[in-house]
Design a protein around this ligand. Structure first.
Ligand code: HAM
Length: 422
């Protein structure tokens, strides 16, 4: 028997019957983001491996064990596990900071696949897709608050309920070292109760111990000192200002002092939106501020803020009713052999006028053709047979009311046009 192939574990085909939900998500994001002045950026999927080690962090789980890395002629390259590093790389490479000379930040968004070698489960894949945004060039809390407010707007436009916005601050390069030492001192006598991975994390970067996903470890770590209590005055007032703005605009959130993000580049504000309907992988999206990253990647000292949404997870949460059907305005129904070719020709003229028309193409009985018209959600059926061709008038049936008339071509076009306007 010939071997049959399957998509790789953790990867998935998105079939035509699923695509309406993807398009809805993408179209909504573009519409909402463009209202806030974001423009799309597309960067390569393959980047130098070192880019991610420098940004996401050499001790992060992503860089340590989840990257798809290959070697071509001694050059190590990686399928992007996330896109903030790539966007910042492009920003520095093309000196886009010149655009912010006027004082206004640059706002970019992206949509595309990311790759992480994780254990697949509901809402977690090895090739997954993100929609994300990055704002480069402003440290003001107003940017954090406005972008978070946009997230809420976006999720409302998608019709996603049952969600919670979780907010925190991870401090900056001034207040974090003191906390790292405090945490190290707390962890050291308890290390024997933590897993092997935690031992390694403790050596490399004690903050990463807080990433541990093992239940028993998490119970113990729930008692560890929290960074939020040791913020410096500047970080504290930054967070207070973000909160004041969100409160003023009625954007609800919960402060979670133990919110950990798996990437090293964050400073100050971090946030996630979680949903109780997703199970263990409950984050719909996550992000925060990364004021040191542009400089870390060889650019000038320019602050940044952004987030990325997991598209697979979001699609699981989309309400059914909001998804538009496949678009067919008119289904052509051929009556007998003469109608077959003529119906395709009539469809050509209708399509030239902007009408979405489905054709029989293969000869099928009228009943089967009508069944298909119904399945595609076509609004009208047009019947084409020998008599209709001779008279230049076609049976025109409104499939939602069942009403049928005999109409010429211009009238058919006018009727379909009117229905569009409804
Ligand atoms: P992240 O939290 O690693 O952040 O990923 C963002 C979102 O991508 C997650 O909340 C989740 O919905 C989705 N996601 C992550 N891994 C998987 C997976 N294996 N399968 C399915 N979905 C997944 C970032 O990537 C940052 N670059 C976000 C950011 C942008 N921060 C600042 N700017």
């Amino acid at each position: 028997m010939t071997k049959r192939y399957k998509a790789l574990r953790g990867t998935r085909d998105i079939l035509p019957e699923d695509i309406a939900r993807w398009h809805f998500l993408e179209d909504t994001s573009r519409r909402v983001f463009e209202r806030y002045g974001f423009r799309e950026i597309r960067t390569p999927i393959l980047e130098a491996t070192e880019l991610f080690a420098r940004s996401v962090g050499a001790s992060s789980d992503i860089v340590r064990k989840e990257m798809y890395t290959l070697d071509r002629g001694g050059e190590a390259m990686t399928l992007r596990p996330e896109n903030t590093a790539s966007v910042v790389r492009a920003f520095v490479e093309h000196s886009l900071h010149r655009n912010i000379a006027s004082g206004y930040p640059e706002r970019y968004y992206y949509i595309g696949p990311m790759f992480r070698h994780e254990r697949p489960q509901k809402g977690r894949q090895r090739q997954f897709h993100q929609i994300g945004v990055e704002v480069l060039g402003a440290a003001e809390p107003l940017v954090d608050a406005e972008t978070i407010e946009m997230v809420e707007n976006f999720l409302d436009a998608l019709g996603i309920e049952d969600r919670e916005l979780v907010l925190s601050s991870v401090g900056d390069h001034r207040c974090r070292p003191a906390y790292r030492e405090e945490l190290r001192a707390w962890l050291e006598p308890r290390l024997h109760r933590l897993c092997g991975d935690c031992h390694r994390r403790f050596e490399e970067n004690p903050l990463r111990v807080l990433d541990c996903k093992i239940d028993e470890d998490r119970q113990l770590l729930a008692e560890a000192p929290v960074l939020l209590d040791t913020l410096c005055a500047d970080c504290e007032s930054h967070l207070a200002e973000v909160r004041r703005l969100l409160d003023r605009w009625g954007t609800g959130y919960r402060i979670d002092p133990r919110l950990v993000r798996g990437l090293d580049y964050y400073e100050r504000t971090v946030f996630e939106v979680v949903s109780g309907r997703l199970g263990a992988q409950n984050a719909i999206l996550g992000g925060g501020r990364y004021d040191g990253l542009v400089e870390e990647l060889g650019g000038p000292a320019i602050p940044g803020f952004g987030f990325a949404m997991g598209m697979e997870r979001t699609i699981l949460l989309l309400p059914e009713k909001r998804i538009p059907d496949e678009r067919v305005d008119v289904a052509l129904i051929a009556l007998g052999a003469e109608g077959w070719e003529a119906s395709v020709e009539l469809a050509r003229r209708l399509r030239a006028a902007g009408v979405a028309a489905s054709t029989p193409v293969v000869e099928r009985p009228m009943g089967a053709q009508l069944k298909r018209a119904d399945k595609t959600g076509a609004r009208f059926a047009v019947f084409v047979g020998r008599d209709e061709i001779a008279a230049g008038r076609y049976g025109f049936k409104d499939l939602s009311t069942g009403r049928q008339e005999n109409l010429d071509e211009p009238t058919i076009l006018a009727r379909v046009g009117e229905a569009h306007g409804e």
